[in-house]
Design a protein around this ligand. Structure first.
Ligand SMILES: NC(=O)c1ccc[n+]([C@@H]2O[C@H](COP(=O)([O-])OP(=O)(O)OC[C@H]3O[C@@H](n4cnc5c(N)ncnc54)[C@H](OP(=O)(O)O)[C@@H]3O)[C@@H](O)[C@H]2O)c1
Length: 263
């Protein structure tokens, strides 16, 4: 088991990526403290993990609220004694953000994802790191996506938000790695089994001028294996990155776009 005796906190654990990674972390022996904006989806994931013999607790934590994050982390370290892994897999609903050309986009709508994604990643990373540096050990992780690195139409402030998160990963690492804390992001391609990908397509469907099926095919055609990746594949990489086997990895975002985006 790669994560035996590791204590992990996941933000957005009721979501597609947060939930898949939580299950994989549990399978590898981690003790999980799962959080989300709404409790019910997080409890579902925790229940599955416990039923499978793992250890998981669910809590309602708004990952934009500094006090709520801090209170929760304090309860985690009071209970578990330490903190090894922090994963921010929070997602702002795309339907509220996408589909409007930049020249027509209101500044508030443009700024919203930039403010929300960077605030949430900054707060969760900073508050976790304060606990981790005490033990000179730990890993801070998050999730970004292809628009962090390449121009894409009709995505409003989402691409700058993703680019900012990747910059923050580098900067956090530059400050924290000397104190024993690694910082690593994951950049998956669109994952068709998640509702998120369809939500990212729907507001742009008319402008893109293709069907949902044709759009997925065109994304897949740009990858080297000519297919999109799965949640399970992402979760396996997340396990490795979170484990001590990845001790040589920090200050980077792992490119999981299967060739569609060069490093
Ligand atoms: N799915 C993909 O294909 C894909 C590919 C590349 C990158 N990504 C990125 O990966 C991240 C997660 O994607 P996903 O597909 O897992 O999204 P998702 O299924 O929509 O999950 C996002 C989760 O974040 C939670 N959340 C939102 N705001 C929150 C807040 N303030 N505090 C706490 N939790 C909050 C949501 O909880 P509620 O439901 O309770 O609001 C939800 O459970 C996003 O940044 C997305 O852009 C996704």
């Amino acid at each position: 088991m790669l994560l035996r005796d590791k204590v992990a906190v996941i933000y957005g654990a009721g979501g597609a990526i947060g939930g898949a990674v939580a299950r994989a972390f549990a399978r590898e022996g981690a003790t999980l403290f799962l959080t989300g904006r709404r409790l019910a989806p997080v409890e579902e994931v925790a229940k599955d993990i416990v039923a499978a013999g793992g250890s998981a607790e669910a809590a309602e934590v708004d990952a934009l609220d500094e006090q709520a994050i801090d209170r929760h982390l304090q309860s985690v370290t009071d209970t578990a004694g330490h903190l090894d892994i922090s994963l921010n897999a929070v997602g702002v609903p795309d339907t509220e953000l996408l589909g409007v050309p930049l020249v027509e986009l209101e500044v508030e709508r443009f700024s919203l994802p930039i403010a929300a994604y960077t605030r949430s990643y900054f707060l969760t990373a900073r508050l976790a790191a304060r606990r981790m540096v005490a033990g000179r050990s730990g890993v801070v992780m998050t999730v970004t996506s292809i628009p962090a690195r390449t121009g894409t139409p009709l995505q409003g402030g989402y691409p700058p938000a993703m680019a900012a998160k990747e910059a923050l990963t580098r900067d956090l690492s530059a400050e924290l790695a000397p104190q024993g804390v690694r910082v690593v992001g994951l950049r998956p391609h669109g994952i068709p089994e998640t509702a998120t990908l369809r939500e990212a397509f729907a507001p742009r469907a008319e402008a893109l001028g293709v069907t949902w099926e044709r759009w997925q095919e065109s994304l897949a055609a740009r990858t080297h294996p000519r297919r999109l990746s799965t949640l399970a594949e992402l979760a396996e990489v997340a396990v490795f990155v979170a484990s001590d086997r990845a001790s040589g990895m920090t200050g980077t975002t792992v490119n999981l776009t299967m060739g569609s985006l060069d490093d």
